[in-house]
Design a protein around this ligand. Structure first.
Ligand code: C5P
Length: 215
């Protein structure tokens, strides 16, 4: 029997949200179940890739054959991605918080001081940093969750981030936390519209598409 198509390839996947502490007991985060990213990690492993999954806090089991590195904040995710290089393939699915908070060292108490104000600081863009890196993976894929003008926004994001493909998903419906997804694959050559499908099926199709692109 033939070897699986991604044998010998290292694939790096980010998934889940990041949590950015406000104080030792509170945080801000993006909404993300991690399901699509975990499914992609599993699908790449099923095609024979060695997979490193850098994961924010989620309630999911590690897929078989996948090496998982748990992180909490965007800066921890950026460092873990850097440590995992080099990679042939990177699929950045994580819903990274755009800002972190200038966090308090102790729990902020209600009361006397009035309502606290949060000072936000921009987080590093992990995808854009990887695109500009001398160790840029051969195939670098970003995600874009959009609620409108999905294709236009994804085309713009492809150029801005410097990645090879954007997987654009329309999150205007009930994609968040659900088990199905409706995506478009945006490349420099055009846009492929894929029918709505289970996240596992979207992942399997994406993994095959990746294997074809590297063949
Ligand atoms: O700019 P936006 O957050 O919409 O871009 C989404 C894409 O960029 C996703 O692939 C996401 O994983 C990645 N990203 C990142 N680091 C950030 C923000 C987004 O890697 N700080």
């Amino acid at each position: 029997e033939a070897r699986p198509p991604l044998t010998g390839k290292h694939a790096l996947v980010t998934a889940g949200p990041t949590h950015e502490p406000i104080d030792p007991v509170r945080y801000i985060a993006n909404r993300s179940s991690g399901k699509q990213g975990y499914a992609i990690a599993a699908a790449l492993a099923a095609l024979g890739a060695r997979v490193t999954l850098v994961s924010g806090p989620v309630a999911l089991a590690t897929p078989p054959g996948v090496t998982r590195i748990d992180v909490e904040t965007a800066r921890e995710m950026a460092a873990a991605v850097e440590t995992a290089l080099p990679a042939d393939i990177a699929v950045m699915v994580a819903a990274v918080a755009d800002w972190r908070v200038e966090a308090a060292g102790q729990k902020i108490k209600k009361g006397a001081a009035g309502t606290p104000a949060l000072t936000l600081v921009e987080n590093p863009d992990i995808l854009a940093t990887l695109a500009a890196s001398p160790r840029r993976p051969t195939l670098l894929i970003g995600f874009a969750a959009e609620t409108e003008h999905v294709a236009d926004h994804a085309q713009a994001k492809l150029a801005r981030k410097g990645c090879d493909w954007i997987v654009a998903n329309d999150v205007s419906g009930d994609v968040m936390g659900g088990d199905t997804n409706s995506v478009r694959i945006v490349t420099r050559d055009g846009i492929e519209e894929w029918p709505a499908a289970a996240k596992a099926d979207v992942a399997a199709r994406l993994a095959r598409r990746i294997a074809d692109a590297l063949a």
